[in-house]
Design a protein around this ligand. Structure first.
Ligand code: PLP
Length: 368
């Protein structure tokens, strides 16, 4: 049967239509309380999100990139310091490091899990290294325990970039509480997406929390008394209200993503297509369902001809971006990351995909 419906990588409209009445009601509540910036809706969400992540504290902010900046500031990372980062990530993982004037040091990913290569990370440690930012890429936790052990041994900080992994689990425990700090993005396309820009952090350390609350709000605790150079990184009240509501639905949405992933994993039987290896002690939330194949561009055109429109995350690895040319990396430095950038493709993945649509994708992949 020819497929005449378009199947995109992500469709936010479908989810909106399922929660439209509630969202509009929340909008009306936030607006009638004029709780536009920060305030009670954000605080409520922070409490719920800390509970969800099984951490003592959560802090809302205006996006996931500023969350990474706040994390670097809270850890007092400065010019001259180095922070180790996987080259296989979205570039924002590195931005926070650059914003504080420190140097991102990239390392390769594991050739099977595609997550940060723990051994490579340890090798990259120098006397200047202050922290490692592990990324739970595509929604799958990186190998946290060995990386944490390395950080403890070398007395450096572990930070989790959990932007893509709200609700993912490692050894049965939610991500967000394994390092000093964890950062989250609630960008609309993430698995817990706001209706605009938003981000957050979790920690078990009250001193970090208090410091970041101040930094987020112009460096002040008492209004108009600025104790240090601060930022305006507050979360909108509207985003807090909507995120609080959507958090209540997240487990269901994550489970549907897992169901779809299971269908792909069981259904795709094509030697030309390789899937991500999933260690048994991890539970991904499948922000993305990434596969690799030798002729990626050919596979992409083939799927497009079947009205299936996959995504591509990410075509250029961090170490080869023009922005980081000054660091002197070259092609060939991180072969596994570079292989992915040239051969990966993200199959349609969002909770509102129907079984019928998933089966259409599986059939098309198997006929390739
Ligand atoms: C999306 C993302 C970010 C940045 O979040 P924004 O909210 O878009 O600023 C950081 N790290 C990773 C891994 C991401 O996927």
């Amino acid at each position: 049967m020819e497929n005449s419906i378009n199947i995109p990588c992500l469709d936010l409209k479908k989810q909106y239509l399922t929660i439209k009445d509630e969202v509009l009601k929340i909008t009306e509540e936030v607006f009638s309380q004029t709780a536009f910036s920060g305030g009670p809706f954000v605080e409520k969400f922070e409490n719920s999100f800390a509970t969800f992540c099984d951490t003592k504290y959560a802090l809302g902010c205006n996006n996931g990139t500023t969350a990474l900046h706040l994390a670097m500031l809270a850890l007092d990372i400065k010019p001259g310091d180095e922070v180790i980062i996987p080259a296989n990530t979205f570039i924002a993982t590195a931005w926070g490091v650059s914003y504080v004037g420190a140097t991102p040091v990239f390392v390769d990913c594991d050739p099977n899990t595609w997550e940060i290569d723990v051994k490579a990370a340890e090798k990259a440690i120098t006397p200047k290294t202050k922290a490692i930012i592990g990324v739970h890429l595509y929604g799958q936790p990186f190998d946290i325990a060995p990386l944490k052990a390395i950080c403890d041994k070398h007395k450096i900080f572990l930070v989790e970039d959990a932007a893509q992994a709200q609700g993912a689990k490692y050894n049965g425990k939610p991500v967000g509480g394994f390092g000093e700090l964890a950062t989250f993005s609630f960008y609309p396309g993430k698995n817990l997406g706001a209706f605009g820009e938003a981000g957050g952090l979790t920690t078990n350390n009250e001193a970090y929390l208090k410091h970041m609350q101040r930094l987020r709000n112009h460096g002040m605790t008492v209004r108009y008394y600025h104790e240090e150079i601060g930022y305006n990184y507050r979360m909108d009240g509207l985003q807090g209200g909507i995120l609080e509501f959507k958090l209540g639905k997240l487990e269901g949405w994550n489970n549907r993503r897992r169901e779809i992933a299971k269908m792909y994993q069981n259904g795709i039987k094509n030697e030309k297509i390789k899937l991500q290896t999933q260690p048994e002690n991890t539970e991904s939330i499948y922000h993305l369902f990434v596969v690799t194949t030798e002729d990626r561009d050919g596979f992409m055109s083939y799927l497009n001809s079947k009205n299936i429109f996959p995504g591509l995350h990410y075509p250029v690895p961090c170490h080869l971006q023009d922005a980081y040319k000054y660091l002197g990396y070259k092609k060939g430095d991180f072969p596994h990351t570079e292989y992915l950038s040239e051969h990966c493709l993200s199959l349609p993945m969002f909770p509102e995909l129907t079984d019928e649509e998933v089966n259409i994708v599986i059939d098309a992949v198997n006929l390739y």
